[in-house]
Design a protein around this ligand. Sequence first.
Ligand code: 8Y7
Length: 279
Amino acid sequence: MESSQNALQCGDKTLDLSRPKIMGILNVTPDSFSDGGRFLGLDKALEHAESMLAAGADILDVGGESTRPGAADVSVQQELDRILPVIEAINTRFDTIISLDTSKSAVIREGAGAGARLINDVRALREPDALETAVETGLPVCLMHMQGQPRSMQQAPEYSDVLAEVTQFLMDRRQVCIDAGIPASQIVIDPGFGFGKNLEHNLTLLQGLETLCDNAPVLIGLSRKRMFANILNNDSVSRVVASVTAALLCVQRGASIVRVHDVEETAHALAVYRAVDEL
Ligand code: 8Y7
């Protein structure tokens, strides 16, 4: 796809996708704070937000539900309690675009009301009323592919043609969203690395990412994922360099947004890519 005309209208802000963008991951789930999440560390979240913005993040992805393999479900109220104060505080202090990582209709509604400007749904708006609510917000959406549910998705992922099946699912969901009233230009798709995929599935998707990018702007999330422990044959070594390398490979194949923990390192890699690309 010719990406130079692409932009997402994120409420009052425009996100230009003619150059790759960095989405920094801001977790507000209890397991991401050393105090066990009792007080969710609003100050810590703000500090983290500030450092990611200084390092070059274009978007901050706020999520209150852990979707890691095996994670437990959280209630609507728990999710709201975690994300709303963070969204409000970030919008008060910083000029950025907040993405909201959720699948729940009520969280989409309240989160948008609090100032979230992009809906990032690993369940591709398949939960009850999620699609209708997303339409009402007028915000852009990221639709992700997942095989199974977080609790069990890594047990036995199976495909006959992973790239074709993931692409078909995303194009089907994209059409459902368009039919429901979301403009095509507001829809981002994501192959969902690690969500019901083994190493070979992930690598096949990365290798063929260009074909997915022909259909719509693509967001990828590979940051620090388990597949790097498998590639590196080491469970305890840092996954930062591997993650940055993989993000760059995705950008080379046409990805528009990379969702990462390590914003500064990723920004440096993209700066080199851009310097060569724009020569
Ligand atoms: C992804 C994601 C996660 C991803 C999108 C993790 C919320 C697991 N991964 N959202 N979320 N794409 N769009 O390891 O790959 O970050 S959570």
